[in-house]
Write a protein that binds this ligand. Structure first.
Ligand SMILES: Nc1nc2c(c(=O)[nH]1)N[C@H]1C(S)=C(S)[C@@H](COP(=O)(O)O)O[C@H]1N2
Ligand SMILES: [Mo]
Length: 325
């Protein structure tokens, strides 16, 4: 997540950051950056590292995103290669080195796996992973993915709308938010003490964001089951928000009446807000106005809500996006 080593940060930038970051946040970021390798270096390493190839399994009966009856959010941008999607990852529980996650996560066992849906619902339930897959037919959703570090991909996810699961558990009238939690098992995740952030990794959405048809519970990529490095067996995908909202390897989903804590906004609240919608106008730590598409040369402009404004801007009508960032 953190982008630069302290010595990569120009002194002019530091002065800028100090004017709007709290001292606590600034010190934390400097400490974290020191444990993390700079992006450029990681990318060079990743280019020569042997790639992990396809131990995943074909998903049957996949409903493909069709060009003829294309939904409003469909894209014809070229999907990023399977090799890049599965070898350039952020998953701090395994490694803070994007090129090293695949290898560290290779043996991660994801069966059996249960996901508890609890809190302000009429029908709380501990689901077996396979039960969740049966709730609704798997769909292919080709979405843009924008990381706050300034890179992006186009990923052909397979999954079901999160709304289908939530509807089944019947959120009650007090439920306003959805909190998500990743597994934190030090026996199976080698970097729980080395990442510089506390685990379990937690995330959250407002209930209406969670119910939006774009919000996906993903179980696959390129028509095959997710590999561990991408958040197997089941991870969230919220394509109009920065990538860190798309929490991996979920074990718990809790409906609440108050805004849930989230890992990155706990850590640096002046930088990572609860909403964290992609917004080229607001730049914390780095300019968010453009991005590098992995597998391409040059930069492209970042779009408000990552190009999904038609589908989601109405969720934020009347909200000051600079205040609720
Ligand atoms: N549990 C957990 N979920 C996580 C992360 C993480 O470190 N731990 N990293 C996030 C970030 S910063 C990004 S950009 C995406 C990366 O997903 P990918 O590796 O499948 O591209 O996962 C997000 N989900
Ligand atoms: Mo990210």
């Amino acid at each position: 997540m953190l982008i630069k080593k302290p010595d990569d940060i120009k002194s002019s930038e530091i002065t800028d950051e100090k004017t709007y970051l709290s001292r606590r946040t600034f010190m934390r970021l400097a400490a974290l950056a020191a444990t993390t390798t700079a992006t450029g270096l990681v990318y060079r390493k990743f280019a020569v590292r042997p790639r992990i190839v396809r131990p995943s399994v074909k998903i049957a009966d996949l409903q493909k995103q069709s060009a003829t009856s294309a939904p409003s959010w469909a894209t014809n941008e070229k999907p990023t290669s399977f090799e890049d999607i599965t070898n350039y990852n952020n998953y701090y529980e395994f490694s803070t080195d994007k090129g090293g996650v695949a290898e560290e996560a290779q043996g991660f066992v994801t069966r059996p796996w249960t996901i508890s849906v609890e809190g302000l619902v009429n029908k709380p339930k501990i689901y077996d992973f396979d039960e969740i897959l049966r709730i609704s037919p798997p769909e292919e959703r080709i979405y843009r993915h924008r990381c706050v570090e300034g890179w992006s991909m186009v990923i052909p996810w397979v999954g079901i709308p999160l709304a289908k699961l939530l509807e089944q558990t019947e959120p009650n009238s007090q439920a306003k938010y959805v909190a998500f939690q990743t597994l934190a098992d030090s026996k199976r995740m080698p970097n729980l003490n080395g990442a510089g952030i506390p685990f379990p990794y937690v995330e959250g959405l407002r209930l209406d964001e969670a119910m939006n048809p774009l919000t996906l519970l993903a179980s696959g990529i390129y028509g095959e089951t997710l590999l561990p490095q991408n958040g197997a067996p089941l991870r969230l995908v919220v394509p109009w928000k920065y990538g860190f909202k798309s929490i991996k390897s979920i074990v718990k989903i809790r409906l609440t009446d108050t805004e849930p804590r989230t890992t990155w906004s706990d850590y640096a609240p002046d930088i990572y807000g609860f909403y964290s919608n992609v917004n080229p106008q607001i730049g914390y730590l780095r300019r968010q106005s453009n991005e590098r598409r992995i597998g391409e040369y040059g930069m492209r402009e970042t779009r408000i809500f990552n190009g999904y404004a038609d589908q989601v801007a109405s969720l934020y009508t009347g909200m000051d996006l600079k205040k609720y960032f």
